[in-house]
Design a protein around this ligand. Structure first.
Ligand code: AMP
Ligand code: MN
Ligand code: MN
Ligand code: MN
Length: 283
């Protein structure tokens, strides 16, 4: 095992988490996290605050983000770690990626209205911490608040996903662009929670092959979104493709997330931890 309590995936109010970067840092440190990264969706706006808070709590820090990508018509997430958060091309790419979220949200709201749920746009906005980053998670919180669903899991089963009311197809960044923005800013691209994608075996093989060809170097093996069996499976995939391994809770909220910051299994010992490749980027 790689016995380092690294948590390299979580979200703050700068995207769809409910805690500030400072509150996340405090919680991570209290849970024993030694190396931390805040990875807000399509945003680096919280990075300065996260680094400052990590220092205050004696944690090491890697810059982070989680980029929304459209791959063969499906959404996949690419985490970036250890990049220069001031890099102009990366910042522009992220701004372009989040650019369509406002319009998409209004269409989601129109669809929900047709399904009998009124005021969803305004309702979701009340949960938004960053006006550029309205996401399905904020709609999910509104649907729970109004009693339409009991929890966010039920929301995603009944609404907001393909074939259900409130799902608006959206074109995110390309895989090539996302990997390039991260690597050219000095960071490492990581396939986030690979078990969560609706890909066939052949499509998944294509994702890993193309990711690698574009310069991607790591995959999340131990994450709050994987079962123990899925971690074993993607440890094998990491070995097959010669990728380093990452570990992160994907924590969003004390009320919603099953896996708390830093509270997940260690990485299997035979894999190269992504932080070994990023030793000179740790702050
Ligand atoms: P968006 O970027 O607006 O498409 O929203 C994606 C976010 O929705 C993810 O980052 C998760 O936080 C959340 N999400 C997606 N699927 C689920 C699910 N089945 N259960 C809970 N949250 C989900
Ligand atoms: Mn999220
Ligand atoms: Mn994700
Ligand atoms: Mn995430």
């Amino acid at each position: 095992m790689s016995i380092l309590n690294a948590d390299l995936h979580c979200h703050s109010v700068v995207s769809d988490g409910t805690l500030t970067p400072e509150a996340l840092a405090q919680r991570a440190a209290a849970n024993g996290v030694e190396l931390w990264a805040l990875t807000d969706h399509d945003e680096v706006g919280g990075q300065h605050r996260a680094l400052a808070a990590a220092r205050e709590h004696g944690m090491k820090y890697l810059t982070g983000t989680e980029i929304s990508v459209t791959f063969i018509g499906k959404t996949v997430h690419i985490v970036g770690l250890g990049f220069d958060a001031g890099d102009a091309a990366l910042r522009q790419g992220l701004a372009d990626t989040r650019g369509g979220r406002g319009e998409r949200a209004m269409e989601m709201s129109d669809q929900l209205a047709r399904a009998g749920i009124r005021g969803a746009y305004e309702g979701a906005l009340r949960y938004v911490g960053n006006p550029e980053l309205i996401s399905r998670t904020h709609f999910a919180r509104f649907l729970v608040e109004t009693g339409v669903c009991r929890d966010t899991g039920e929301v995603f089963r009944r609404f907001l996903t393909e074939g259900k009311p409130g799902f608006v197809p959206h074109r995110w960044a390309t895989l090539a662009d996302a990997v390039r923005w991260i690597t050219q800013a000095g960071g490492i691209a990581v396939i986030a929670h690979p078990a969560r994608y609706p890909l066939t075996a052949n499509e998944e093989y294509a994702l890993f092959s193309e990711f690698k060809a574009h310069g991607g170097q790591a995959v999340e093996v131990v994450t709050g979104s994987h079962t123990a069996a899925e971690a074993v499976r993607y440890a094998q995939t990491a070995r097959e493709f010669g990728l380093a391994a990452s570990r992160g809770s994907d924590f969003h909220s004390p009320d919603e997330s099953h896996t708390d910051l830093g509270q997940l299994p260690y990485l299997p010992g035979e894999l190269t931890p992504v932080w070994e490749l990023l030793a000179d980027r740790i702050q």
